[in-house]
Design a binder for this molecule. Sequence first.
Ligand SMILES: [Zn+2]
Length: 221
Amino acid sequence: MPNPNDLNLNAEVVEGDFDNMPTGMSKILPPPQPGIYIFQMPSAEILYNAFETMDDAVQGQRLQIVLEDEAALTLQKTGQPYHAKLNNRTRVMNYRSGAVTVNDMGMLLKALGITPESNTNPGYAQAMLEAGGKTFKGEHGLSTNCSEKRDIYKDGKPVVGTKGCGQKYAHEGYAPRDGGKPVLNIPKEGDQFKLQFDCVCGASLKSWGRLKGFGSVGSKV
Ligand SMILES: [Zn+2]
């Protein structure tokens, strides 16, 4: 075979975005079974480029941090990357002591002992950067939905033109209080929740990880 010097190579530009080119190896590993795990945040340097905004119809601009790819969390037990998106869109949670307005980013910061300097998007962004490299306990759950917007998968292939049925699943299914469609349980095999299973409509679904609650590493829960 010839070497590069023998090939009379031209100097034309090769199309492609080298800076953003993925290396092809899938970084999405199957999530662990539901439970409480210790996670490590990526460094502040990496977090700096992991923000995006989201527009909520009611709340307006909200901040989201995309903990994926190089900015993924690390599951301390196995060292595997764990993908999560956390935002500061608020919701009301009912506790025995009364209703409290919460958001996921705020709950994580609280678990890490970091207080935003102001209750604003820039305040939250600055506080999230302070979370770089820190570890926390996270309650990891599984959920998925059979998207009505995407073509379904069946037998490992997309079924072109057939959309999902809209059914939602979680490892702990529930009936929404507003009377909406019940969220079904992700089926189990033995005592393990299935990471891949068939929807009621026959589509193949994958279970995705979701962080539901946060705690400091030193805390009992
Ligand atoms: Zn379905």
